[in-house]
Design a protein around this ligand. Structure first.
Ligand SMILES: Nc1ncnc2c1ncn2[C@@H]1O[C@H](COP(=O)(O)OP(=O)(O)OP(=O)(O)O)[C@@H](O)[C@H]1O
Length: 246
């Protein structure tokens, strides 16, 4: 068995019968999923289907009213949101969350501040600069002087400095040129192959998400309506017409 096959054989994340809402009416209903370690999963569906709500629940920002999330066999009920990063969960929200007053370097260092192993935090920072050469050239630039693509790289880079096991990425292609989107998708593959990183990717850009993903979850009106490997979803004409819009 190759290392990669071994890394991908177990499940890292499981959600069981999640019900989640912002008020009285639930937005997610009875959502269940299993994410294999070292896999890339695309979370797809129309606007308002509940994709962002799912990611916010998996990262602990929202509490389910029923059901549970299990990471690497550990029940996450009761784990505080600020503890989630120490458990290896990094969430890069839509809109990216870069601190625009801070420099590129300061933003990246924020991603490793919590780590006790300072030497490894420094190594992780250097690796991010190797991966994202535009960031290395703009270390001293404030966040507000970066392009959309550079901000996306910075948000992703900051998450990677914490050496996550699970990366939750919300709409990384939003507002980016197709070339930059393709670079980011390629990078996710590289990270998965090199480090066994597990990725959950919410994307409006269905074609590019399915081109990089191993598995796709399709959501509609707060429920999971399909969970299949990416090639199966790509080839399913009814599914594409009904839910994926291509
Ligand atoms: N903070 C909030 N308060 C109340 N309702 C919310 C809140 N955020 C989202 N919702 C509602 O929850 C539902 C699902 O929203 P969510 O953002 O999870 O969907 P989505 O699939 O990510 O959509 P999009 O692709 O448009 O980002 C929507 O009906 C939305 O109006």
């Amino acid at each position: 068995m190759s290392d990669r096959t071994a890394a991908r054989s177990g499940s890292l994340l499981e959600a069981e019968q999640l019900t989640v809402g912002y008020g009285a009416a639930p937005v997610l209903r009875d959502v269940g999923l299993t994410v294999a370690q070292g896999s890339i999963t695309a979370v797809l569906g129309a606007n308002g289907a509940g994709k962002t709500t799912l990611l916010r629940t998996l990262s602990g920002l929202l509490r389910p009213t029923a059901g549970r999330v299990v990471l690497d066999g550990q029940d996450l009920r009761g784990v505080k949101v600020e503890q989630m990063v120490r458990r290896g969960v990094a969430h890069v929200p839509e809109g990216r969350g870069v601190v625009t007053e801070l420099t590129v370097d300061e933003n990246l260092r924020l991603g490793g501040l919590w780590r006790h192993d300072r030497a490894d935090a420094k190594r992780a920072l250097d690796e991010v600069y190797e991966l994202f050469e535009p960031l290395a050239r703009r270390r001293r630039f404030p966040g507000h002087q970066l392009s959309g693509g550079e901000r996306q790289m910075l948000a992703l880079g900051r998450a990677l400095v914490g050496r996550p096991r699970l990366l939750l990425l919300d709409e990384p292609s939003l507002g980016l040129a197709p070339r930059v989107t393709a670079q980011i998708m390629g990078l996710l593959r590289t990270l998965r192959d090199r480090t066994g990183l597990t990725v959950l990717l919410v994307e409006q850009n269905v074609r590019s998400a399915l081109s990089v993903a191993d598995t796709g979850i399709v959501m509609s009106l707060g429920r999971v309506v399909a969970n299949a490997d990416a090639a199966t979803l790509r080839d399913d004409e009814d599914m594409r017409h009904a839910y994926l819009g291509f």
